[in-house]
Design a protein around this ligand. Sequence first.
Ligand code: BG6
Length: 472
Amino acid sequence: MQRTEVTTKETIKYRFPQDFWWGSAASATQTEGAANEGGKGKNIWDYWYEQEPNRFFNGVGPEKTSRFYETYQEDIRLMKELGHNSFRMSISWSRMFPEGKGALNQEGADFYNKVIDEMIAAGIEPFVNLYHFDMPLAMQEIGGWENREVVDHFVSYAETCFRLFGDRVKKWFTHNEPIVPVEGGYLYNFHYPEIVDFRKAVQVAYHELLSNAKAIEAYRKLGGDGQIGIVLNLTPSYPRSQHPQDVKASEIADAFFNKSFLDPAVKGEFPPLLVDILREYDYLPKMEQGDVETIKNNTVDLIGVNYYQPRRVKAKEYLPHPDAPFMPERFFDNYEMPGRKMNRHRGWEIYEKGIYDILINLKDNYDNIECFISENGMGVEGEEKFRDENGMIQDDYRIEFIREHLKWMHKAIQEGSNVKGYHLWTFMDNWSWTNAYKNRYGFVSVNLDQNAERTIKKSGYWFKSVTENNGF
Ligand code: BG6
């Protein structure tokens, strides 16, 4: 493997606080591979791919992905080489419990024990997330998050993880982007079970929230001495204009997609605007006695913020058809701002200041809760064309993307934000759900034609210098 150091001789203009968490994030299904090995049970992705391989870019499924299951030692060595002091992984529920409940798969537990030990030995703190879109198939067969019983099975699984790994893992996350399974699975058809049903979507969201609170409760009952939080994709909702109807549209979008999880997770309360809408249209979820207290009393210690793109909205141009299915878009239209900067590969706007706006919002309106950027990154198609004669991908666009976001983060820190770190999505190129290997996000490239060979990209070396200097 060719390695060319990227040296920065610039004086450090943006210095970050001491012990800043520098690293990256990934998830089990997207990296491990070995989907049918080591006693793992099927999850919804394994199943969906069997049923509809055409839904996945180039027909590539989750069975092998980036092979972390086999290569974790080498990968962790590379993380260390890139200056990581922390890394967020997720545990695959169906690797721990092939049926989602019942007997523990000891091979699965052994694997995570080895990974955690290896990271700690390399000086990399494991941040561990329990749910990253990967419902065990057996649990989906009884309704997944639609079914309250699944909440209890999730909590039992979480407890097992706390017991087995909690002596070494001190940063836990219950969910990654819990709004996404709601959007993908129950509203917009990009995750299994491909249902479009607002009532079910609300119930799914509610059960995810309940599972978050109950897992936190369990962690504390077990005497967990670390921190436990949730990772949310906080997507600022910017109105097209300051016209009251545009502003109102943006407030409603914010209530649906941000406050829906942020308020209960941090404040233990539901956002009144959202509750009013759900009540008015008769979509409040089924709740049981005691739930409100459980959510109130079990809020998070810290928040992971995933930020990729802003949401821009405007007042509705046309009234929705009275017979149209009920969707959040009944209250706003999405707005394409002229002249916006785009990552055309992913179709996402790049708006670096969004990261600052999120952090200042957390500071001003959420008691400046401890947080970190748990994902941010740029997926690019066809990166092989940027490989130079020494074999290195010259991803200057990614360096610029990260640098510009870090500048805004730095400004937020100077203004008092309690942000403790920055993790890129992602460490090495991985499998992106239905997009499979279309867009590459990693500091490290993975060559699927060459036995998943890893090579560090230019951005990886650049990041190393940032971590070494604690700034740039
Ligand atoms: C986040 C997820 O939504 O964005 C990741 O936590 C995901 O799992 C990442 O891979 C990038 O999105 P995508 O759809 O391009 O993979």
